[in-house]
Design a protein around this ligand. Structure first.
Ligand code: MN
Ligand code: MN
Length: 403
């Protein structure tokens, strides 16, 4: 693939110290009803009923009685299809943190507005491809609420509130329900917040454990953004929203080195190891961040210039070819401001909503987690960016349930 700019270099490491607590918000309606889980395999159109479950454990489910119920065959029991082993559940988790924004704050206001747009009567609750009524069926998506962020902690260090995020991420991943004697695999789709939150999410110990990430089974990150977010230390804040991928790659290289230094070379314990960071839609690359990309050696940059129309199909093919566990980090400013004006750093010349949807729909690798971040309601025009973010959330959730 000629459009992937691939570079290889060495490493350095950084460590994080953090402290504090967590809780919830962003409530929708509770329901209790018996339903079947239906999986749509991306390569087949026929729903595959897998098992039956009563959602009576008191969690807060997404519900919308105003829409036609997603009907499934409640008599269907455990299927012999391979999807019977893949009991997946997406948890929507609001992370209203914008203390590490560099120019404008406001993205902390985003999560409830995205939820509101998700359930607006202006649209229905179906994703496009795969076509699923993802909001109707409480077995598909769970409302994890919004994490309560104590912004005052940021006066201690810019990363002091990260423990609140990590505590909640752990709690969500470890508390998945058991259905027909099988524990569901939970996948978190977080709603930001500024881009700094991707670092605490992915460095949560339970994240690597839950998804089996380890040196021999590394994570690929697909990062859609106008900005590389690779600054070593932006405006004297190493945890700035302009730096999360520098910190993540450092953590990954440190984990890899630690593993290599162990006496037992067969030891392959879970920890965050990133095999590839694929950045798409970039249009603000500068010398410093180019050096950073080269230094880390696993960064592949697809700028908007290389994404001109003649290369777009090849980019979709490259996304289809991604193997292994995949995390999608979607900064809403990857979109052209004409489509999504509600961002703190509008950068003209970006992707269309349709192009981003095509990229999401091209994913074939197991999409084990995702974030939709940097929507800033203070900059929005008549809620159009909330509407776009909600559309992306539906499409990402459908892909997370079927890969
Ligand atoms: Mn970003
Ligand atoms: Mn950005």
């Amino acid at each position: 693939m000629t459009m992937w700019l691939l570079t290889k270099v060495a490493s350095r490491a950084v460590s994080l110290s953090i402290s504090s607590s967590s809780s919830n918000r962003c409530v929708l309606k509770e329901t209790t009803r018996a339903v079947s889980i239906v999986f749509f395999h991306p390569l087949q159109n026929t729903p595959q009923p897998t098992t039956t479950k009563s959602s009576s454990d008191g969690r807060r489910w997404f519900s919308s009685s105003r829409r036609a119920l997603h009907r499934v065959d409640s008599s269907a029991s455990s299927s012999t299809s391979s999807s019977a082993d893949a009991l997946l559940e997406v948890v929507l988790l609001g992370i209203p943190s914008d203390v590490n924004s560099s120019f404008l704050r406001g993205s902390a206001l985003a999560p409830p507005l995205i939820c509101q747009a998700l359930h607006s009567d202006a649209t229905n609750s179906w994703s496009e491809s795969p076509s699923m009524d993802i909001l109707q069926d409480p077995n598909f998506i769970v409302d994890g609420g919004d994490i309560t962020i104590d912004a005052s902690l940021s006066s201690i260090t810019p990363a002091s509130h990260f423990e609140q995020i990590q505590t909640k991420v752990s709690e969500v991943l470890l508390s998945g329900p058991t259905t027909s004697n099988k524990k569901k695999t939970r996948r978190i789709l977080s709603l930001g917040g500024d881009h700094s939150i991707t670092y605490p999410i992915l460095t949560t110990e339970a994240f690597a454990q839950h998804h089996g990430i380890r040196p021999k089974h590394p994570l690929t990150i697909l990062h859609l953004d106008a900005h590389p977010d690779l600054y070593h230390n932006f405006q004297d804040n190493p945890y700035s929203h302009a730096s999360p991928f520098a910190r993540l790659l450092e953590a990954s290289l440190e984990n890899n080195n630690n593993n290599n230094n162990k006496n037992n070379s067969d030891d392959d314990t879970s920890c965050l190891v990133i095999g590839r960071l694929i950045q798409v839609g970039i249009r603000t690359m500068n010398d410093h961040q180019r050096e950073q990309a080269n230094k880390f050696g696993m960064v592949e940059v697809v700028t908007m210039a290389t994404l001109e129309e003649r290369h777009f199909d090849a980019t979709l093919a490259a996304i289809k070819g991604i193997k292994g566990p995949l995390y999608l980090s979607l900064d809403v400013d990857v979109l052209d401001p004409a489509f999504a004006p509600g961002v703190s750093h509008p950068e003209p010349g970006g992707l269309s909503v349709r192009q981003v949807l095509q990229m999401i729909q091209a994913v074939r690798a197991p999409l084990i987690g995702a974030d939709v971040i940097e929507y800033n309601p203070d900059c929005d025009v008549q809620g159009m960016t909330a509407c776009v973010a909600a559309k992306l959330v539906k499409e990402i959730a459908a892909k997370m349930l079927t890969t």
